[in-house]
Ligand binder design. Structure first.
Ligand code: SAH
Ligand code: SF4
Ligand code: F3S
Length: 480
């Protein structure tokens, strides 16, 4: 394969990615770009996805584009003609997994020199990653970022037909691209992005640099997408955004907020609506009250707190205090007594003292979280926190994580215990891995339930009596 990049060679810059333009975001129809077709005929692909739900939603678009180009999905990774790694940059270990995988894939490339290996998603948005690929990983043929998925047909045409390498990563976001084809993972549950990017700039976080400025999708496009999903038999939609509560903040021509959107979606004939991620700073009482009306709005809220110390929250640039957070949680339980809350917490943020860590533990006990994703702080190059003084050893940080997780696990157990003996509604996802007479699915509060039942129930919502609460899931009996 030729080694030069005559057509596409654009590297990213974290510095440029920090810039925010005040201009409105335009919306463009994907079909305007999609002119070259058919050259995937007879070829197979495989995508490995490493990131968050937004990253998974991007994979569904990439699959959609590839299949529109007549590629088909390969059963096995080693037989694919095209392998794409859709990557995540959130923590160092996420990146290490990708580099490990790229090392492992080298042998496939040796066995099949025609294999096209591509890297996309959040990692290529970092200049250090692109530089590393250029210097050290010559078997990568294609690199693109989060802002130019729609150009994949041209890139593949260049890589496959002209046998030329492509590296093109834009630092700044472009227009919102509507009508990209999608091949969804599930036929019952769907991701629907309501916005892209993030303007929060929490000091530890790389996302505002890898995903660009916050841009809300037009509500009519969101509603249209959900109506199409209803026609296809979808039962559940999860609205996606890095801070869904700030949905609509960028509209200059109208006032339309997240609570307005929820209210409107509550009138649609879809059984379940979920959303992620919520930012405590922008989660207003209006939204709590709309959720309290229930209907198809599920009583489950993922509300990342990150820390229970006001000093740490300030250094993280979270823009709320522990008191604000506790007040919001109190309001959620007041208006939605049955709500299940989960959270994200970072331990070992630079300079976090023992007392500050204890404050986090205290807050966790107070909030009755029924689950939490807990992380050790990971310095991300280019973010402010990477430069903060940090004297604590990784060992000490891991001890904090261990201590926190013990309390968090108690919360999971309390969260399942409270449903013992109750009848819950379950959207059946599939059969259990170990026993195919057991089926499984999630309750309205997002708890996994296993129970005896026929495969024909997959995709339907059934009533189940919870007979036993385990820590991570529940066991039940179908109500006939
Ligand atoms: N937009 C969401 C979450 C995005 S990332 C929000 O604001 O909550 C998911 C989680 O990863 C974050 O909530 C945070 O807990 C964690 N995270 C992000 N950057 C991190 C870092 N540098 N080190 C450790 N954890 C991090
Ligand atoms: Fe990262 Fe903060 Fe944006 Fe979440 S809100 S994506 S943690 S910068
Ligand atoms: Fe990871 Fe990018 Fe999502 S960094 S968490 S894949 S937005």
């Amino acid at each position: 394969m030729a080694k030069d990049y005559t057509k596409y060679f654009v590297k990213p810059s974290i510095k440029d990615a920090r810039k925010r333009k005040s201009t409105d975001t335009a919306t463009i129809d994907f079909n305007e770009y999609f002119t070259i077709k058919g050259f995937g005929k007879g070829k197979t692909y495989k995508i490995e996805t490493f990131g968050c739900q937004g990253n998974e939603a991007d994979t569904e678009k990439i699959r959609g584009i590839l299949e529109a180009l007549d590629f088909t999905e390969s059963e096995k990774l080693e037989h694919a003609d095209l392998i794409l790694l859709n990557t995540c940059a959130i923590r160092e270990n996420a990146e290490n997994r990708v580099f490990g995988e790229l090392g492992r894939l080298k042998k496939y490339k040796r066995n099949n020199p025609e294999l096209i290996l591509g890297v996309c998603g959040c990692m290529p948005q970092e200049e250090k990653v692109v530089d590393h690929i250029l210097k050290k990983i010559p078997h990568v043929d294609l690199v693109f970022g989060t802002h130019n998925i729609y150009k994949l047909p041209e890139y593949l045409e260049t890589v496959i037909l002209s046998k030329e390498r492509v590296i093109e990563v834009f630092s700044e976001e472009g227009s919102i691209i509507e009508n990209m084809p999608k091949i969804r993972e599930s036929t019952r549950k769907a991701w629907v992005s309501i916005m892209y990017g993030c303007d929060e700039f929490c000091t530890y976080c790389i996302v505002p640099y890898t995903r660009g400025k916050e841009r809300s999708r037009d509500k009519d496009h969101i509603i249209h997408e959900i109506k199409e999903l209803i026609k296809l038999g979808y039962k559940e939609v999860t609205l996606l955004g890095q801070n869904v509560n700030s949905y609509g903040r960028d509209f200059t021509d109208k006032k339309y907020t997240f609570s307005n959107l929820l209210e409107e979606l509550n009138t649609l004939e879809i059984e379940r609506i979920r959303f992620t991620t919520s930012h405590p700073k922008d989660f207003d009482l209006e939204t709590v009250k709309v959720l309290a009306k229930k209907g198809n709005l599920m009583p489950y809220i993922h509300l990342p707190v990150q820390s229970g110390s006001n000093e740490v929250l300030k250094k993280m640039n979270r823009k709320y205090t522990k008191e604000d957070y506790l007040e919001l949680v109190a309001n959620i339980y007041k208006y939605i007594p049955n709500a299940s809350l989960t959270t994200d917490i970072i331990v070992g943020f630079p300079g976090e003292t023992d007392e500050q860590f204890e404050e986090t533990l205290d807050l966790v006990r107070k909030c009755r979280f029924e689950g939490a994703y807990t992380f050790v702080f990971s310095a991300r190059e280019g973010t402010p926190a990477a430069k903060f003084e940090d004297n604590m050893s990784l060992d000490e940080k891991k001890q904090r994580l261990y201590k926190l997780n013990k309390i968090v696990n108690d919360g999971y157990q309390v969260g399942t215990n409270r449903f013992e003996g109750k009848i819950v509604k379950v959207l059946v996802d599939g059969v259990s891995k170990n026993n195919d007479s057991i089926i499984a699915g999630y309750t309205e509060n997002n708890k996994l339930v296993n129970f005896k039942g026929d495969k024909s129930l997959i995709g339907t919502i059934v009533e189940v009596e919870v007979t036993e609460a385990k820590t991570w899931h529940m066991i039940g009996k179908l109500v006939e």
